[in-house]
Ligand binder design. Structure first.
Ligand code: SME
Length: 152
């Protein structure tokens, strides 16, 4: 599967799915479902939103997950506090990784930034080691930018 084509198609699908709807929960829920069912080899895809000084679980697809993640903790809290994407080829090698689903072996977390304002993170987990590469990171950053436009 050509990743460039996959991400281009998914970006178009996401844009069409979210355009015209202003409800943030509905848009985040549909985005999580579209991402989970379009990208291969994921066991979890969804959102954590910034609430005060912690991240709180938002819409997702996958097994039930930990609800609250303090800023700076785990892969999600690190991506949030550093405001940059974090690609983890092997979660066991990431100090402080928070294991919500023991099947997860690799992870990609993208911060949701509306200009300077941090809204939360987009988190994707895979049961495969090194599932994500820099092309996935760029593709998912583009998806996150679309989601942010529809969460305002
Ligand atoms: N592994 C994440 C926690 C969230 S779950 O993967 C859904 C982390 O370390 O922040």
């Amino acid at each position: 599967m050509d990743k460039a084509v996959l991400y281009r198609d998914l970006a178009e699908e996401l844009n069409a799915l979210l355009t015209g709807e202003a409800d943030r929960t509905a848009n985040a829920a549909n985005a999580a479902a579209a991402i989970y069912h379009s990208l291969p080899a994921l066991n979890w895809a969804g959102f954590y939103f910034l609430r005060g000084d912690e991240l709180v679980l938002g819409p997702f697809q996958g097994k039930p997950a930990c609800v609250r993640i303090p800023m700076g903790k785990g892969v999600c809290g690190t991506a949030a506090i550093e405001r940059r994407s974090i690609l983890v080829p092997d979660v066991e090698a990431f100090p402080g990784h928070i294991a919500c689903d023991s099947a997860s072996r690799s992870e990609l977390v993208i911060p949701l930034l509306d200009g300077e304002r941090l809204l939360g993170v987009l988190d994707m987990d895979s049961p495969d080691l090194a599932r994500f590469d820099t092309e996935d990171q760029a593709g998912c950053e583009a998806l996150a930018a679309i989601v942010v436009r529809h969460l305002r």
